[in-house]
Structures are given as structure tokens and as C-alpha cells.
Design a binder for this molecule. Structure first.
Ligand SMILES: [Zn+2]
Length: 534
């Protein structure tokens, strides 16, 4: 059974229909209710509904509400308060699709759209100290008002919802358990017995996925004064907490440091965004499980895609083990800029069958064999099935190695093998030339295109019966052959090629158009082609 609910006050309709302030909404409540009754068809039950905060402002943003027929707690998830902490917003966008079995789940994925767009912690253009949205909510001993229009609108919205639980998704930089001063990898909550059981369960769920003690999530608290979570706890009597993932990762353990090693010299590696999103999902899922608001059919690693906007092209961008460099971020910027919806995925999301919610999977630069090892045999089978049943595959450099058929670890989606086992051919600007088929996909372009190259595959046909032949879309017209790689074989070999696998399409891209100024649109045209969309 669900935990019992308390009375939850005015309906969403009042919020949705009031573009003004809350007192105005309450005064107009009766009138609005009559309007609603007139407007709603008789069969309308309590479907997932959404609304808008800050309509007409620069920070206009959507929230999403689901109300179950069965009574239960009201849980509000907020994210994207700080614009340089992307994992919470991306995770909340997935969490909002989770079906609940009791109570009410309300999700505000993008609390601070201008800061998210600018990737800044603070509100762009706002004066300090008011520009930190998470210091603008009513402070201890001060019932209000909040500071600034944004905090005021969010606070009024929260007051109407009368939440039992408020969970605000953030990110820290360093990992607290490893000695960082940052609050990264923690649950920040008041020392309050009512939340203890839930917090313990949440920490256990996320820490079960972390194999090093110095990366584990810890409990901290209370939330800082002026934060949304602290205000909700103190002024709305909600159980409220801040979830913090860590943007930075720890370097792999070094058994015996080299004498000249300068530990501060190297930038700490980042944790893949897909992993940080997953940690937010695991924490929220454990809370909702504790509250009996979700049932065992919910798969926490099966991420939502296409259903949210079926008219868009949905791209699953692999960002975990075996990726490296700036390629993935560049691909995301280009595809999102072209109107596609890009979601980061890692091995767990692929293994859970998430690709079926997408039109195309993109594997960027790094190491093909390491990507193959990271997703494992089950992940490779998922990718193969996805393409066989009509999905698109785009492999760039390492991802291009990954789709080939000559390596034991290859996906064997593409009837090619590398000419030489020596892969460290070198890096630099090379020239390639589109074929007529390439011009059909990528547009009419000059004879020779400069393109950035870094150790990408040099291929020939593998002549595998089960995989159809590929068509060359661009040829290398210059080459590099360093580190003992054979000279001559790269010249006039395929730089870009397309093939079919089952119902799906595979785009092989050896060089880096996503990191070549002027060639960015090859990436989205290629993804569109692989997705099978005009
Ligand atoms: Zn934050």
C-alpha cells in the first residue's frame, strides 16, 4: 500500500491557467474551477499533465505532473537550478516519464533555462548575489518573500503543490568521500529521523553500483540556507533533500607513483554524463520505491526517448568507457543544434534495451576495442539487434572501428576490415573527396575537403556473406603513415561509407568532421541518413 497522503490543495489547473501570481490564482479559484469543468471532456480522468512556469519570460519552463487514482505522497523533483550541473536536468527529463502507482509525481526538469543554456552556475545577466537561484528561497526564520521573479514563481508553485517530499538534483565537482571540499556524490538532508530510512535506502542503491569506497555517496546536511530544499523543509514541512553527483572522477589508483609525478598537473578526468544521470535515477528510484510509488516493472536503466516528441530524430550518444577527447561533446552540440534530441547513454542503458526508444546510436572517438569491452557482449548484441530492426548507427573514428567485421570484438554491422593491424597512423589535416552518392547525402561540395584525422580506420572490404556491401561516400585523397604504418594504402581508401544491416543503416566515418570547422553539417546530415529520415 502507498503511504497515506495529506490534503493537497488547489489543482494544477489553477496553476496552469494563472499566468499571474498565486494570490490572484486563489482569488480566482472558484471561477477557474467552473471554467475547467466546462473545458474538460466528461471522460477526462487524471492523465499526466503539465504546465508552464514563467510564461512569456526568458526563463519560461515546463513542469510535468502525474496523479495516480490511488492516494499517496506528493513528490516534487526539481533540477537544473544551477546551469553548469547538467546531469540532474537530463535525469529529471527521464524520471518524468516513470509511471507511478500511487500519489503524485511532479517534475520540473529545467528550473533555470537561461543558466542551463549558458552552462553557468548563476543566472546570466543577474546581479550578484541574487544571481545564485539556490540562495534565493526563504531563509531560516524568514518566511519570505523569495528573492527575484524566478525563485518567487518556483516557490509559489511549490506552496500550491504542498509536497510531502522535495528532491532537488544538483552536481558537485569533486567527490566528497575522496576528500574533496565539494559536496559531490552526496545526499544533503537535514538530520531528521523521518527521512533516515529513505536516505539509507537511496545511498545503498547508488553505492551498490560503485566499486571503490572513495567514490561512494555519503550523507551530508543540512542543505544550505536559502536553498530550495532547506526552504521546503523549514517553511513547507516537507522532507527535502539535495542530490549531488560529481562531475569529476578519480584517476585510476596508482600502485607506485613515479618520482617526478605531479599529481596536480593533470586535470582530473570527468565522469561520463550518462553515469551521473544514472546515479540521479538510482537515488530517485530508491526513494519512490521506498514510498511504494513505483512498482517492480519500472526499469531504471531503460531511458525514455522518442515518446516525448515523436516528430524529432532521437539520438543515443554513447559517452562511457572507451570514449575520449572532444568528439562526443562536438557531436552533441551539432546534432542538438540541428534540432535532434540527444540523450547520453552508457553500457547499462544499452544493456537495458534503451536503444529501441531512439532512431540512431552514435559512437564517437576514443578506442573501438575499449568501447566494445565496456558495453560487453550483451551490449554489442543489443546494438546489432537495434540496427537489424531498423535503427541507425553512426561510428566516428573509434566508433567506426567498432562497427567493422575484422576484429573479434567488432559489431560486424559493416562489411569492412582494417587493412593493417597498425592503427597509430598519426593525426593531422587530410583531404577527402565526396563521391556522387556522398553528395546526395552531404550536399554538393568542392572537390577536396580538408578534414581532421586522428588514427581512424583504413579499410577494405571484408567480403562477409551475411553483411551487405557498403557504398563509399568519400575517399581519402591524402594520407598519413607514421609509427610503422604501411604507406600508400590509405590513399584513395574510404573515409566515409554507408551500408545496410537488416532494416537499419550504418554510417562509417574514419576522420573527424565533427571537429573540423565547416564540416559540422556532415554529422547531422549523416545522422539523419542513418536514422532513415529525409
Ligand atoms: Zn548546484
Amino acid at each position: 500500500m502507498c503511504h497515506s497522503a495529506r490534503w493537497h490543495g488547489p489543482s494544477f489547473g489553477e496553476l496552469q491557467m494563472s499566468s499571474g501570481t498565486l494570490p490572484a490564482a486563489i482569488h480566482r479559484g472558484a471561477f477557474v474551477l467552473v471554467l475547467l469543468l466546462l473545458a474538460l471532456p466528461a471522460w477526462s480522468a487524471d492523465p499526466p499533465s503539465s504546465g508552464v512556469l514563467g510564461r512569456g519570460t526568458a526563463w519560461e519552463t515546463n513542469y510535468y505532473a502525474q496523479t495516480s487514482d490511488r492516494a499517496g505522497p506528493t513528490v516534487v523533483i526539481t533540477a537544473g537550478v544551477h546551469g553548469d550541473e547538467p546531469a540532474g536536468a537530463a535525469a529529471a527529463e527521464q524520471i518524468r516519464h516513470w509511471p507511478i502507482v500511487c500519489g503524485k509525481l511532479v517534475v520540473l526538469p529545467l528550473a533555470n533555462p537561461p543558466a542551463l543554456a549558458a552552462r553557468t552556475r548563476t543566472i546570466p545577466g543577474a546581479a550578484a548575489p541574487q544571481n545564485n537561484l539556490n540562495r534565493n528561497f526563504p531563509k531560516t526564520g524568514q518566511p519570505g518573500p523569495p528573492v527575484g521573479d524566478q525563485a518567487e514563481a518556483i516557490w509559489q508553485w511549490l506552496q500550491v503543490l504542498q509536497p510531502d517530499w522535495v528532491v532537488d538534483l544538483h552536481e558537485g565537482f569533486g567527490i566528497r568521500a575522496a576528500g574533496s571540499k565539494s559536496v559531490g556524490s552526496s545526499v544533503v538532508v537535514r538530520p531528521d529521523a523521518a527521512a533516515d530510512a529513505a536516505v539509507e535506502r537511496m545511498l545503498a542503491a547508488v553505492n551498490a553500483t560503485i566499486d571503490r569506497d572513495d567514490k561512494r555517496f555519503v550523507r551530508l546536511g543540512p542543505p544550505i540556507d536559502g536553498s530550495l530544499a532547506r526552504a521546503a523543509a523549514e517553511h513547507l514541512a516537507a522532507q527535502a533533500m539535495i542530490l549531488e553527483t560529481s562531475i569529476q572522477d578519480l584517476p585510476p589508483p596508482v600502485l607506485k607513483p613515479a618520482p617526478q609525478a605531479k599529481p596536480d598537473a593533470a586535470k582530473p578526468p570527468h565522469q561520463p554524463l550518462s553515469r551521473r544521470m544514472r546515479q540521479h535515477r538510482l537515488l530517485v528510484h530508491a526513494l519512490l520505491t521506498h514510498l511504494k510509488m513505483v512498482d517492480s516493472t519500472l526499469q531504471v536503466d531503460r531511458v525514455a526517448g522518442r515518446a516525448a516528441a515523436p516528430d524529432k530524430t532521437w539520438v543515443a550518444l554513447y559517452d562511457a568507457g572507451g570514449t575520449g577527447g572532444q568528439g562526443g561533446a562536438a557531436v552533441e552540440r551539432i546534432l542538438a543544434g540541428a534540432g535532434m534530441r540527444v540523450v547520453r547513454v552508457g553500457p547499462e542503458e544499452i544493456a537495458a534495451g534503451s536503444l529501441t526508444n531512439f532512431d540512431v546510436a552514435v559512437f564517437p572517438g576514443g578506442s573501438g576495442s575499449k568501447q566494445a569491452a565496456a558495453i560487453g557482449a550483451p551490449g554489442r548484441e543489443q546494438v546489432r539487434q537495434f540496427v537489424e530492426r531498423g535503427g541507425g548507427f553512426v561510428g566516428i573514428c573509434a566508433g567506426a572501428y567498432l562497427c567493422t567485421s575484422g576484429f573479434e570484438w567488432g559489431l560486424k554491422l559493416f562489411d569492412a576490415k582494417t587493412i593493417s593491424p597498425k592503427w597509430q597512423r598519426g593525426a593531422g589535416m587530410l583531404q577527402m573527396e565526396l563521391t556522387p552518392a556522398g553528395r546526395d547525402i552531404f550536399g554538393d561540395r568542392p572537390m577536396l575537403l580538408d578534414v581532421r584525422y586522428q588514427n581512424g580506420p583504413v579499410i577494405t572490404r571484408a567480403e562477409i556473406e551475411a553483411v551487405p556491401d557498403y557504398e563509399v561516400l568519400a575517399f581519402f585523397r591524402t594520407e598519413v603513415a607514421q609509427n610503422g604504418a604501411p604507406a600508400g594504402v590509405m590513399l584513395d581508401s574510404p573515409a566515409i561509407a554507408g551500408g545496410n544491416f537488416g532494416q537499419g543503416r550504418v554510417l562509417f566515418v574514419s576522420p573527424h568532421p565533427e571537429q573540423t570547422p565547416g564540416l559540422e553539417d556532415l554529422v547531422h546530415r549523416g545522422a539523419q541518413w542513418a536514422a532513415g529520415k529525409p
